[in-house]
Ligand binder design. Structure first.
Ligand code: HDD
Length: 713
């Protein structure tokens, strides 16, 4: 079997350049003799207009920036491959899904939605999960998110949603945050957003890592087989490392300490050979089952519960190469849900239909030309021949006098492909209807699946949703908006609304306020439909909870552990933990009052990774306090107390040995310490393998939620 895994890298190599051991030149290739001084009339005189070297350099610099994406501006990407594990020729004729073992190159870009390009990775937000498959039949883009549904049902509301969540237009505040009046004003008037709000207020919106989040195609798409038969499909990416989050207080602190937290995490994992991996799963719904469920498959605010249609794994994706140049690759990549290949097609989901227009349109202003497909990262590895011509920055030199079809002068070339030759043909769907501006009645359930999601959460997760809503609505200044939201929340779950209300010092309104008109028909206040609740046929779905879905093989690979040290630290203890962590592909990093190295109890020197000034507890997954004279040096140190207190508060594992145990008992939070806390790993026998094993097992469980005040206990 021919594998295409490296094909895109070969293609990109045509455009790569490296200045090592080369002369400095102008853009025209002229060697530069002095790059430090402009050409002047005398060394103190004015600069001369003829200085083409200066003019070229400054002009290029002046035009270096392109508009950032209107949404998903902040993101990070990587190269990799997709490998078929379970081919599905009976469902689709898409070539890249036909044979087990077949590898197709991909580029993936993860992003936040609301923040500007320079904002923090840790905003409470949906994460974009966009995958470009460079297939032999052309580019296929699966432009999804880490949440399987969306805020709105119709693309016409997208500009409104985005205007509402972006910084407010009069003062451009707040950056990368939904916790402000305009967002919640809009949401409180859009009951269809309630399911998505449950997800966005859950810990899904503050992932621990891009490598630890699920991805979803969101819409129902179609798969088309050789016989032209269609099945409906939902796409799922399942991360090998499991789905994990940070806690909100931690997210806020990470944003200050390292706004590039996710970007760096992805970069470092790939550089260190710990390649992030996901499985691709599909939920397949036969064409004849289109109307079988209590929800509409075309409604992007609904999931198909896995209890009704299980997810079948068909392949895996591995990210194994960082970009060489952020701008050329991550910034210039242009995704589009309309980039499909034969065997994959759209449905009439009205959100998807609007997206099919929006993405090319936005690239025209963002990348500046209809030739954006020629930019190396966007270039198809399948041959491209057509009669599209000219335009800004055209790269291709089309030969011949013919640029139209049909033609006889060019022998009819390039010629159309029959379907049997791989020509794309749309699904032969029968459409027979009146032209209307209406929302289907089958989209009217705005609360059924919001309830399903909430009911599926563990008490810890429910508690986090309440706290997130208290935070977000607490930042809203207009009381009427808060009250309107409480009314909507009470339709999801009464207790949820009451607990949020308590935090806001408000009461839940007895009857939810009727949303004001946001539709076209004044006689109907909900636009074209009444909001209603349809009971989900599934009461609770475990796959919706992150905590109920720990990874199959708990691992601490790529996790970071802080080792608190100072002069006099036990060398054996530090080295024992370091090597145990290394064996698991995790990293132990020494944190000390100063940079340089610490002198150990045996007179050796251990390199310090960070000082307390240059790092923070929130950048680590666990903390270890080795014994030794170092503990006397560190006793009462405010930085150490803060470091450990944060780790405790953020439910992280803390290990200590020997006198380290007493050291821990002197930290103020120890008054709250529960002897049964599985995240406090202590031993009086330092540097043993058993201790390292216990410590590692505890870290693999991610967080010790029992420590938190839980509003649902
Ligand atoms: Fe979108 C970017 C995902 C609805 C219009 N979208 C964008 C990106 C992702 C998504 C991941 C970033 C791609 C990248 O990394 O370059 N968008 C979604 C999902 C949606 C969705 C999962 C709902 C299911 N989007 C949506 C609608 C519209 C848009 C309804 C417009 C009608 N989206 C855009 C855009 C962007 C974009 C304005 C901004 C930058 C870009 O396209 O290239 O066209």
């Amino acid at each position: 079997m021919k594998n295409f895994q490296d094909e895109k890298q070969r293609d990109l190599s045509l455009n790569k350049s490296d200045g090592t051991n080369k002369f400095l030149t102008t853009d025209q290739g002229v060697r530069i003799n002095d790059d430090n001084n402009s050409l002047k009339a005398g060394d103190r005189g004015p600069s001369l207009l003829e200085d083409f070297i200066l003019r070229e350099k400054i002009t290029h610099f002046d035009h270096e920036r392109i508009p950032e994406r209107i949404v998903h501006a902040r993101g990070s990407g990587a190269h990799g491959f997709f490998e078929v594990t379970n081919p599905i020729p009976e469902l689709t004729k898409a070539g890249f899904l036909q044979e087990a073992g077949l590898k197709t190159p991909v580029f993936v870009r993860f992003s936040t939605v609301a923040g500007f390009r320079g904002s923090s990775d840790l905003a409470r937000d949906v994460r974009g999960f966009a995958v470009k498959f460079y297939t032999q039949e052309g580019n296929y883009d699966l432009v999804g998110n880490n949440i399987p549904i969306f805020f709105i049902q119709d693309a016409s509301k997208f500009p409104d949603l985005v205007h509402a969540v972006k910084p407010e237009p009069h003062n451009e505040i707040p950056q990368a945050a939904s916790a402000h009046d305009t967002f919640w004003d809009f949401i409180s008037l859009m009951p269809e957003s309630m399911h998505m709000i449950m997800w966005a207020m859950s810990d899904r919106a503050i992932p621990r890592s891009y490598r630890m989040m699920e991805g979803f195609g969101v819409h129902t798409f179609r798969l088309i087989n050789e016989a032209g038969e269609s099945s409906f499909v939902k796409f799922h990416w399942k991360p090998k490392l499991g789905t994990h989050a940070v806690v909100w207080d931690e997210a806020l602190k990470i944003s200050g300490n390292n706004p590039d937290f996710h970007r760096q995490d992805l970069w470092e994992a790939i550089e260190s050979g710990n390649f992030p991996e996901w499985e691709l799963g599909i939920q397949v719904i036969p064409q004849n089952d289109e109307h079988k469920y209590e929800f509409d498959l075309l409604d992007p605010t609904k999931i198909v519960p896995e209890e009704l249609v299980p997810v079948t794994i068909i392949g895996r994706m591995v990210l194994n190469k960082n970009p060489d140049n952020f701008f050329a690759e991550t910034e210039q990549i242009a995704f589009h849900p309309g980039h499909v290949v034969p065997g994959i097609d759209f449905t009439n989901d009205p959100l998807l239909q609007g997206r099919l227009f929006s993405y090319t349109d936005t690239q025209l202003s963002r990348l500046g030309s209809p030739n954006f497909h020629e930019i190396p990262i966007n270039r198809s590895v399948a041959p491209v021949h057509n009669h599209q011509r000219d335009g800004h920055m055209r790269q291709e030199i089309n030969k011949g006098r013919v640029s139209y079809h049909p033609n006889s002068l060019g022998g009819g070339c390039p010629f159309q492909a029959k379907i049997s030759e791989g020509g794309f043909s749309s699904f032969n769907e029968r459409v027979d209807a009146h032209k209307v501006r209406e929302r289907s009645k089958s989209f009217a359930d705005h609360f059924g699946q919001a309830k399903l999601f909430f009911n599926s959460q563990t008490p810890t997760e429910k508690s986090h949703i309440v706290k997130a809503l208290r935070f977000e609505l607490g930042k809203v200044e207009t009381t009427a908006i808060r009250i309107r939201m409480l009314g909507l929340l009470s339709q999801v779950d009464k207790q949820l609304a009451e607990k949020v209300a308590e935090g806001l010092g408000a009461t839940v309104p007895p009857a939810p306020e009727k949303p004001i008109n946001h539709g076209v028909s004044p006689e109907n206040e909900m636009g074209n439909q009444e909001s209603k609740t349809v009971k989900s046929s599934v009461d609770s779905s475990d796959s919706l909870s992150m905590i109920k879905n720990p990874t199959n093989s708990p691992t601490i690979a790529t996790r970071k552990v802080a080792i608190i040290a100072a002069d006099g630290v036990s060398e054996a203890a530090v080295m024992n933990i370091k090597s145990a962590l290394l064996k698991q592909d995790a990293k132990g990093c020494v944190i000390a009052p100063n940079l340089g190295s610490v002198i150990t109890d045996t007179g050796g020197a251990i390199a310090v990774g960070f000082s307390f000034l240059t790092t923070s507890s929130v950048l680590f997954d666990a903390v270890y306090i080795p014994h030794g004279e170092s503990l006397n040096v560190l006793a009462g140190n405010d930085d150490v107390i803060e470091f450990l207190t944060d780790a405790y508060k953020h439910c992280k594992v803390i290990g200590a040995d020997g006198e380290g145990i007493n050291f821990l008992r002197d930290i103020p939070f120890s008054a709250k310490l529960n002897d049964n806390d599985p995240g406090i790993v202590l031993t009086t026998e330092p540097a043993t393998e058993t201790f390292a094993e216990d410590f590692i097992t505890a870290i693999a469980n991610h967080r010790i939620w029992e420590r938190e005040e839980n509003l649902y206990n």
